[in-house]
Design a protein around this ligand. Structure first.
Ligand SMILES: Cc1cc2nc3c(=O)[nH]c(=O)nc-3n(C[C@H](O)[C@H](O)[C@H](O)COP(=O)(O)OP(=O)(O)OC[C@H]3O[C@@H](n4cnc5c(N)ncnc54)[C@H](O)[C@@H]3O)c2cc1C
Length: 386
């Protein structure tokens, strides 16, 4: 059962070709029923990854003729919301893979597009976005991985940590310093010197198959570099992180929806001394908060998506705002969901515990809550000073 937060908020007509209906059906039948099992096993099944390719979701912005889905940003947002409603680990895979695919599509050379996009579009090749390091996260400018120019191209040395899909990705988008500035490289995961170690036992998005990736004297050709050297900070990094932030914001709306659905279903059945939970005012207040914060989050995401489709730079700040509200509201709703479920909220037999753990991840990745608070306030002061 899905409790309508509001249909129109995503933008009427935001579903050309009915892709959203297909994705909803896919989530209902092939994702949501298995999310707890994947969370416990800490992995996603290969069959699922193939199905995502069949729906064209690995390369949402590529035209259908090239194996993509030819989506608008608005539709992408609703798709990632739906996937996030079913399983945040699947949404995480889609987030980072889309960041890599879009980077190749947008900033790659013809040769890079021809070499990588067809297999990225089917999911035969998965992408990992490799920016964070053991000693640098929020402050990406402190990253220490280095690429040195040699006669045959570049040699990369460094260590990346917390790579979503890193255990199964075939193509790594690795951010390195080149002569002091940030550059992005496309590195096949089977290149000699690349060492991938799974990270297990994480709290949330447990099936997102995280990895630590050490690069030791990794030789790549000149064709591995995306754009000119030293050019990635203001382009690839900013653009891809904006995409990731939008995807996580929309996925957080999905978490809010899942919390609401689970809580309405549970409280409609469960009876305590004072009656059915659904009749109790203190419970109803929590349900109201989920409805209101969910609607607001979806509207903020829709605004960010609309501005992206219009190529309006205001989308960058709209996306920060959407991500801040959606991820913190999802955390609050998931905390209430656990509370409403009582002891059952701690059990894998109900989705509340997983939603709670996954919502917390959304507050850390793609710009943490604190960075959003700083960035949004900074913009507010800048606006007032104008
Ligand atoms: C499940 C998961 C998946 C991930 N997937 C990827 C991935 O695919 N690719 C990738 O590159 N990275 C990935 N990451 C890493 C993620 O991007 C970083 O965790 C994030 O950027 C925060 O960095 P950090 O963990 O080093 O925290 P830190 O930067 O050390 O921050 C620690 C705390 O301090 C706060 N803080 C930092 N600076 C300030 C400030 N100026 N003022 C106030 N507070 C501040 C932060 O908000 C945070 O609460 C993933 C992380 C997780 C948990």
């Amino acid at each position: 059962m899905t409790v309508p937060l509001t249909e129109a908020a995503g933008g009427a007509g935001a579903d050309p070709g009915g892709v959203l209906d297909d994705v909803r059906g896919f989530v209902e039948s092939e994702i949501a029923p298995h999310a707890e099992e994947w969370d416990q096993n800490e992995r996603l099944p290969p069959k699922l990854l193939t199905r995502i390719g069949e729906l064209g979701l690995w390369a949402p912005f590529l035209p259908a003729g090239l194996g993509g889905a030819g989506m608008t940003w608005a539709t992408l947002g609703r798709v990632h919301e739906e996937i996030g409603r079913g399983c945040s680990s699947v949404r995480s895979f889609l987030t980072v893979h889309t960041m890599v695919t879009w980077t190749v599509q947008r900033w790659g050379t013809d040769g890079q597009r021809e070499r990588w996009l067809p297999r990225l579009a089917t999911g035969e090749l998965l992408g990992a976005f490799c920016l964070t390091e053991p000693d640098s996260g929020s402050d990406a400018s402190a990253a220490g991985t280095v690429a040195e120019r040699v006669a045959s191209g570049w040699v990369i040395n460094g260590e990346k940590k917390w790579m979503t899909a890193g255990q199964v990705a075939g193509l790594l988008l690795v951010f390195c310093r080149t002569e002091g500035n940030m550059s992005a490289f496309l590195v096949p995961a089977d290149t000699p010197g690349v060492e991938i170690t799974p990270i297990t036992g994480v709290m949330g998005t447990r099936a997102s198959m995280l990895a630590r990736i050490v690069l030791r004297d990794v030789n790549v050709g000149p064709d591995a570099l995306v754009g000119p050297p030293g050019w990635a900070a203001a382009t690839v990094m900013t653009g891809a992180l904006d995409l990731g932030r939008y995807s996580v914001a929309c996925g957080s709306v999905g978490i809010l929806q899942a919390c609401l659905d689970a809580c309405v279903a549970y409280t409609s059945r469960r009876t305590v001394r004072d009656g059915r939970l659904s009749e109790l005012q203190l419970i109803r207040r929590k349900i109201s908060d989920m409805v209101v914060s969910g609607r607001a989050a979806r509207l903020l995401c829709a605004e960010a998506g609309r501005l992206k489709d219009a190529d309006d730079p205001a989308t960058i700040m709209a996306t920060w705002v959407a991500k801040y509200h959606a991820s913190t509201a999802a955390s609050a709703a998931a905390s209430d969901a656990v509370q409403i479920h009582g002891a059952n909220g701690f059990s894998a037999a109900y989705p509340a515990a997983r939603l709670y753990r996954d919502a917390k991840v959304a507050e850390v990745i793609e710009g943490s809550t604190e960075l959003q608070q700083l960035t949004i306030a900074e913009e507010a002061y800048r606006e007032v000073a104008r």
